[in-house]
Ligand binder design. Structure first.
Ligand code: EPZ
Length: 432
């Protein structure tokens, strides 16, 4: 429980990290959060039973499953990382508004319910505070297929007499819009072509899952995706979620920051080619195996220039984590954040730990310091939280990290995984 008010006292979960340790050993990567949060809504397009394994045990998945059950899905959990979802009989196309606002990926319910029921109502999506996060490109795609979409009183209402395949050019490379338009077009009449599509591994994972159920999607992973509409999806399928390249990258950068030696297992190394190149540029050592990456670092990282880009460029979701490495690097580094308006909120927390970072909005300047020192800091978003854990492990002294709800949304058993590779980290509950 993140916090509760009892007799006027606020009780908070916090992570207490005693720093100065070098991480060593092996860590196993979970299924990708940003894939599973699309795969689960995608099951609504299928009149059958899906068994999905390698599911990360995270809070966003739990909320999403509760929403699917409200819509009529019958869900069982054979293990904490495996789920069966029976979506033969849906009872509603209106997701509970108070639940969809808890996370960003609820917008995928629009595409899948529109595709299956030709109607969908959800509350405006929530998610990490990274600046304005419009969904105009999602709506552009739905309207191209013939839907009417209204955003009113904090909810989004989409309706269509029928859905007709059409070409859609995305004005901005958008992961969410690419996947959402794919979901809405699977059962449309005719062919939809998404141009300027996102190419992230989880876009490919969703297309592969839909094709396993009988959809006809080609070109996922390139910037042009073609979806030939099919009449129905009526399959019983089993599918495994792609490994989380962002979790894998988080641990690679933890090895660099702590001058450690880690083997990151159950990942797909080519999903991290850009990060591997950057780590080598910064003086790190990387060895690639089929499904694992070995990263070790002997000295302070070299300075670097980072520009976040859509895949296969440097991922914005690893920007805070590499920021920790630049904060303690040799020299002055720059990060240009091209995807989100304000993804440097974590730098103020790092500066409390002795870093010297100037946040300029869409870019930040890192003047490398020799060491960080422990402090009380707050996770400002999911990836910032992971970065501050790494900073706490690097720092001299004790760090207390609060706002763990952000971290628990996207990382499975994160403190346990860090503890197994040498971090001195415990979760406590204390009065704030
Ligand atoms: C997804 O967010 C991920 N979230 C984000 O991960 C990730 O950072 C992002 O993709 C980029 O890779 C999930 O998958 C749940 P976008 P999404 O649409 O879909 C603008 C994490 O830490 N845009 O690719 O919201 C948008 O404002 C999270 O795991 C529009 O202008 O990202 C942004 O500037 C954080 N109009 C840019 O495009 C739209 O209709 C990219 O956004 C849609 C997006």
């Amino acid at each position: 429980m993140e916090f509760c008010k009892f007799m006027g006292v606020i009780i908070l979960d916090k992570l207490v990290i005693k720093g100065g340790t070098r991480l060593k050993g092996e860590v196993s990567i979970s299924g990708a959060k940003n894939a599973v949060l699309a795969l689960l809504p995608a099951t609504l397009l299928n009149e059958g039973v899906c068994t999905i394994n390698n599911i990360p045990n995270i809070s966003d998945v739990k909320i999403l499953c509760s929403i699917l059950q409200e819509l009529g899905a019958v869900i069982t959990w054979p293990t904490p990382n495996e789920i069966t979802i029976d979506t033969r009989h849906l009872i509603s196309h209106e997701a509970p508004l108070e639940m969809t606002s808890k996370f960003r990926a609820s917008y995928y319910l629009l595409g899948s319910l529109l595709g299956r029921c030709h109607a969908a109502t959800i509350g405006l999506p929530g998610g990490c505070n990274l600046g304005p996060r419009p969904i105009d490109q999602h709506i552009k795609g739905f309207e191209a297929l013939g839907a009417k979409v209204e955003v009113t009183q904090g909810k989004i209402v989409a309706k269509a007499k029928k859905l007709i395949g059409n070409p859609v050019y995305l004005d901005i490379v958008s992961v969410g819009a690419t996947i959402n338009i794919m979901l809405a077009s699977v059962l449309a009449e005719g062919t939809t072509v998404i141009d300027n599509a996102a190419k992230e591994p989880h876009v490919v994972d969703v297309a592969n899952f839909l094709n396993t159920m009988g959809a006809d999607i080609r070109g996922a992973g390139t910037d042009i995706i073609k979806i030939n509409g099919v009449k129905k999806l009526q399959s019983n399928v089993t599918y495994s979620v792609v490994p989380d390249q962002i979790e894998a990258g988080t641990f690679m950068l933890a090895a660099v920051a702590t001058r450690g030696d880690l083997v990151i297992k159950n990942c797909i190394p080519e999903h991290l080619d850009c990060l591997t190149a950057k780590i080598i540029e910064m003086g790190g050592n990387v060895e690639i195996e089929d499904d694992s990456i070995h990263v070790w670092m002997k000295d302070r990282p070299n300075k670097a220039i980072i520009k976040t880009q859509p895949y296969p460029g440097f991922p914005t979701d690893l920007q805070p984590q590499i920021g920790v490495c630049l904060a303690i690097s040799n020299g002055t580094s720059i990060i240009n954040e091209s995807i989100f308006e304000s993804r440097f909120q974590y730098t103020a927390e790092l500066n409390k730990m002795g870093a010297k970072i100037i946040d300029q909005g869409k870019s930040a300047i890192f003047e490398g310091v020799k060491e960080l020192y422990g402090s009380s800091v707050e996770a400002t978003d999911l990836r910032a939280g992971a970065a501050l854990i790494i900073a706490g492990i690097v720092a001299n002294g004790e760090t207390k990290l609060s706002n763990l709800n952000h971290i628990d949304r996207g990382y499975e058993n994160i403190e346990e995984k860090f503890r197994k590779i040498g971090a001195n980290i415990v979760r406590i509950t204390e009065e704030d």
